[in-house]
Design a protein around this ligand. Sequence first.
Ligand SMILES: Cc1cc2nc3c(=O)[nH]c(=O)nc-3n(C[C@H](O)[C@H](O)[C@H](O)COP(=O)(O)OP(=O)(O)OC[C@H]3O[C@@H](n4cnc5c(N)ncnc54)[C@H](O)[C@@H]3O)c2cc1C
Length: 475
Amino acid sequence: MKAYDAVVVGSGPNGLAAAVALARAGHSVKVVEGQSTLGGGARTLPLTLPGFQHDLCSAIHPMALGSPYFAELELEKHGVEYVHSPFSLVHPIGNHAAILERGVEATAARLGPDEKAWLNLMKPLARDFEVLKRFMYYPATKPPLNAPIAAANFGLKAMQSAFWFAEENFETPEAKALLAGCAAHSFSALNTPFTNAFAMLLAVSAQVSGWPLVRGGSQKIIDALLALLLRNGGEVERDRPITSLDQLPPSRLVLFDTHAHVVERICGDALPGWYRALLTHMKLAPGVFKIDYALSAPMPWLAEASRNAATLHLGGSLPELAESEARVARGELPEKPFVLVAQQSQWDDTRAPAGKHTLWAYCHVPNGSDVDATAQLEAQLERYAPGFQKQVLAKTAKRTSHMEAMNAAYVGGDISGGAVEGLQILLRPGFGFTHATPNPKLMICGASSPPGPAVHGMCGYWAAQTAIQKLRAER
Ligand SMILES: Cc1cc2nc3c(=O)[nH]c(=O)nc-3n(C[C@H](O)[C@H](O)[C@H](O)COP(=O)(O)OP(=O)(O)OC[C@H]3O[C@@H](n4cnc5c(N)ncnc54)[C@H](O)[C@@H]3O)c2cc1C
């Protein structure tokens, strides 16, 4: 059997990013993927009717747009085209809406009595955005030491809970809801410390660089990485689910682009018991319930602004969002869940036949709960777009077990590689460890390692840097 310098288990954005970095450094590398389709959380597939292309998981790509490694790879030269909607984000409240625009001043100008408070918060963050990117794309072991004031200004606010920060600093339901919706991307109860970090980073990224989709679907990011891998001599094998190390081809290193819990199961005794315990103690994030729709017409949103954003946050006011996320954290299914919506086909005519549209919507459910949340999710869509059901040509729903079946890394529906909460935001998979494990041959390169979930490839990039050093040292 052919031997490789490195084998990567999993072809998500991090697995492919790691493989590309290794191949570009001159190492022989093979990616082994359990599914028949490559790309993990960045696949685009015809899930409903002929002619409709749906993002299976990720849809909106501020993190890919700002990724230092994707920039180095110049993915735009390999078919990735970022498309921006007029507004970055709309958060309907009743029949009007809170709006995140490209531009802090433009956003603030819509917030009435909160204009000044919004400017006071966001202007320094926007000014320091390049510094703050270090918190988004670098492991905690590489803090922005060259900009201590900017880091401290962010850090003092970031460690607070989004709920109390929004309550204390803003008056209007709009400003509070904008922060709450961004904080809810953490999958955590909004009164949890550090949720304000998500609120601020996502809100400032929406205003500074925008929340784009990718023309042709998220898959284009994978296609670009795959092309770079193959061009640099890398190999890929599909339909090869790995459950034990014996199934892998011989290699000097193995990098796992999968959940820490799955790494523990695959590696077994190849890892010491105390490290296996560290992996299994990684707290799981809540799961997701998702529906993809093929629509005969655009969504009949009540709030006009909702037609002008690729991303919508549905769930109402800060107290409503806090209640729904708290219920999920307690292991309950909320009656009125927080629903993330993307309407890609409005700005990308490759997604649906002329005049028709796709809609992507998911909500948070307790981890492992295989509940069908169609009624709750659709009630939220009806609330903000009454009569939308008349436009549904076809739909496909995915419970947590479906999510895990289409990606073994989604343990119990956890799409984050472990909760992004408390110290686990920074210390992934656990204290003292990032990408290397106690076994010098085995490494983690997926979202269970720093800097964590989202499509940015940086977990793979950082893991590959360590892997390249190891391979050089061996030689
Ligand atoms: C519904 C949903 C919406 C999302 N929305 C966004 C968004 O809008 N923007 C954004 O940036 N991020 C979003 N994300 C998150 C994003 O998709 C992930 O954070 C990202 O894909 C993580 O990349 P990864 O390479 O670490 O893992 P993954 O993309 O999960 O890839 C892991 C790969 O490894 C394979 N694998 C796992 N275990 C094994 C095994 N034992 N043997 C063989 N193969 C294996 C899987 O099949 C998969 O291909 C979303 C995710 C979901 C599910």
